[in-house]
Design a protein around this ligand. Structure first.
Ligand SMILES: CC(C)(COP(=O)(O)OP(=O)(O)OC[C@H]1O[C@@H](n2cnc3c(N)ncnc32)[C@H](O)[C@@H]1OP(=O)(O)O)[C@@H](O)C(=O)NCCC(=O)NCCS
Length: 161
């Protein structure tokens, strides 16, 4: 598998799984009806450094972005987002993308990474804790999950120093 920076031409290959994941409304605090153009701005806007994972056949099977979590004096903390095509899930692609982004974040001068809204029922919580992220707080009943009802949103943090 190859992880590389995304080019604008990659967007049409990211969009099908982006849409599938956001439309499921189980993991991201974005409108399930987000249009393709709005989605592109959310995922590949100018503040975002975007990566894709390609399998051996050149198929884009996952994507991630890296961006400052806030501006000014808080811009040393990174935020990142991850999506793996559900048809290619459970093969270590998410873990590989996360490892790559932690390395990239450090290389670009960030001293920490934060996830602002990790749905507490998301199996990804296990992935993040296994990589050294801790839950610094949970916003109770903040996410209306289609199967679990109102569930909490974790803020998760990892120092990169
Ligand atoms: C989270 C996500 C990026 C993980 O990608 P992936 O390629 O399926 O994950 P991996 O195969 O690398 O697995 C990583 C670990 O997370 C766990 N995990 C991740 N997603 C899981 C799932 N849907 N079901 C069960 N376990 C899961 C696995 O147990 C695995 O642990 P292990 O390495 O100790 O076995 C992917 O499931 C995804 O895109 N989910 C929807 C969007 C999302 O939730 N993004 C993160 C928002 S915080």
């Amino acid at each position: 598998m190859l992880i590389r920076e995304a080019a604008a031409e990659d967007w049409p290959r990211i969009w099908p799984f982006w849409h599938r994941i956001v439309a499921a409304a189980e993991t991201y605090a974005w409108d399930p009806d987000t249009s393709q153009e709005e989605a592109r701005a959310l995922w590949m806007g100018p503040a975002k450094r975007v990566y894709v994972a390609e399998d051996a056949t050149g198929t884009v099977v996952g994507s991630a972005y890296l961006t400052p979590n806030h501006g000014g004096p808080a811009a040393g903390v990174a935020n990142a987002g991850f999506m793996v095509d559900p048809d290619h899930g459970g093969q270590g692609i998410g873990r590989a993308l996360a490892g790559h982004l932690l390395t990239e974040a450090k290389a670009h001068g960030y001293h920490a990474m934060v996830f602002n809204a990790v749905v507490e029922t998301n199996p990804a919580v296990h992935l993040w804790t296994s990589l050294g992220f801790t839950i610094v707080g949970t916003i109770p009943e903040a996410f209306d999950h289609p199967r679990h009802g109102r569930v909490g949103l974790h803020v998760m943090y990892k120092a990169l120093d």
